[in-house]
Write a protein that binds this ligand. Structure first.
Ligand code: GLU
Length: 380
């Protein structure tokens, strides 16, 4: 097994490490000893030449403790206010700890809308690559104080997945409270066993993951597996491991059997298609017949009006839209060349009819293949 892991680690240089709130905090707020321990290991990796991007939770948990609030925070404004208090403290702790290794830290706070806007996405990408060139460690968190439901990543597992795409990472490590991915919920069943290697994130694997998070964090194993699915779809391996364990990062990089390694997809999406599939929010649905679906999945074809059987939603040109098969399963997502209203008029028709029906025809395709990201697996 060590050989397989070493093979995956070969050539890895740029790594996104995500640390959950439950790892970083104890009953007295931020757990400084764990933070120092993790920072020691990350600094060792940086000195060895790895480029590390840290996605760190812990702002809300730290702020809540600092303010002496016991019991759960009641609502979103309370969480946002606690994050505003805790984020500064979090950065000070990282800055002191990395400072002991002569490494500077940079705070980056982002919202979902920063990454769905292609221009801002590219700006963040340039900033991050400059920081990495300078040997500075970016510490990224969601900008909780301004994030409302529509612009939230949901949790930092998802944020780390999107950052992996932003920086073109070679590996993502999710440091959490369990030893890896288990075939059951280890908190509830003694018989649950860690799965060391996962080649494909099948429906069975997804169903094994529990949605329950910890008291401090928001995720749960479900959100980690969904994040792993996104990251591996982009061709990046993903590791879930126990973050409080001393030496965990060194062991991972030594290729030891720790945590769960999810292998990269055999047919990865390129950066832009990944962005379409996983960063952009879908504005509607196009249901297509089997012939059109197979042409898209197996032969990389564009979506033509003739293959469309139903349109849902109210979207306009350039919006991203999910493509569903006749069973209602999403298999692709793409940017449309026509509005929902126009597609309702031309669906089922040959492209040669578009001009006659709409009075104009800018494209033969409803979604061009260059703007189409296939998310279902292709038959090998
Ligand atoms: N952004 C939140 C915080 O720093 C954490 C979100 C999460 O744990 O997923 O407290």
């Amino acid at each position: 097994m060590a050989d397989i892991r070493q093979e995956v680690l070969k050539g890895v240089k740029k790594v996104v490490i995500k640390i959950g709130s439950a790892v970083l905090t104890g009953k007295d707020g931020l757990d400084l000893q764990i933070i120092d321990q993790t920072v020691d290991e990350i600094s060792y990796l940086i000195k060895k030449g790895y480029h590390i991007v840290l996605v760190s939770s812990g702002a809300i948990a730290s702020g809540k403790h600092r303010l002496g609030i016991s019991g759960p925070l009641k609502n979103l404004p309370q969480k946002q206010a606690a994050a505003a208090v805790g984020q500064g403290r979090l950065m000070r702790v990282y800055s002191n700890s990395f400072g002991g290794h002569d490494i500077y830290v940079a705070q980056i706070l982002v919202t979902m809308s920063d990454l769905t806007d292609r221009k801002r996405f590219l700006n963040i990408r340039n900033t991050l690559s400059t920081l990495l060139e300078w040997g500075v460690i970016p510490v990224i968190n969601e900008n909780d104080t301004v994030s409302v439901a529509e612009i939230k990543f949901g949790d930092n597992d998802n944020l780390a997945a999107m950052i992996a795409n932003t920086v073109d990472a070679h590996l993502v490590i999710n440091l959490t409270m369990t030893e890896g991915f288990f075939d059951g919920n280890p908190a509830k069943s003694k018989n649950a066993k860690r799965i060391p290697l996962i080649h494909d994130i099948t429906e069975d694997i997804e169903n094994m993951a529990s949605e329950e998070g910890t008291a401090a964090g928001t995720g749960g194993m479900k959100s980690k597996v969904l994040a792993a699915k996104k990251v591996t779809a982009y061709g990046i391996p993903y590791i879930i491991a126990q973050g409080k364990k001393k030496g965990v990062l060194k062991d991972i990089f030594a290729g030891k059997d720790v945590g769960t390694l999810f292998f990269p997809a055999r047919h990865p999406l390129n950066s832009r298609k990944y962005w379409i599939a996983y960063t952009l929010r879908s504005h509607g649905k196009l249901t297509v017949d089997d012939g059109a679906m197979n042409a898209i999945i197996d032969s990389g074809k564009s979506l033509l009006p003739s293959g469309i059987v139903d349109v849902e939603g109210d979207f306009t040109i350039g919006d991203s839209v999910n493509c569903l098969n006749l069973q209602g399963e999403v298999f692709a997502k793409g940017l449309v060349n026509y509005s929902a209203e126009e597609i309702r008029k031309i669906m089922g028709l040959k492209s040669t009819k578009i001009q006659q029906v709409l009075g104009h025809k800018d494209y033969d395709e409803v979604i061009h293949r260059d703007n189409m990201a296939v998310t279902a697996s292709k038959k090998d």
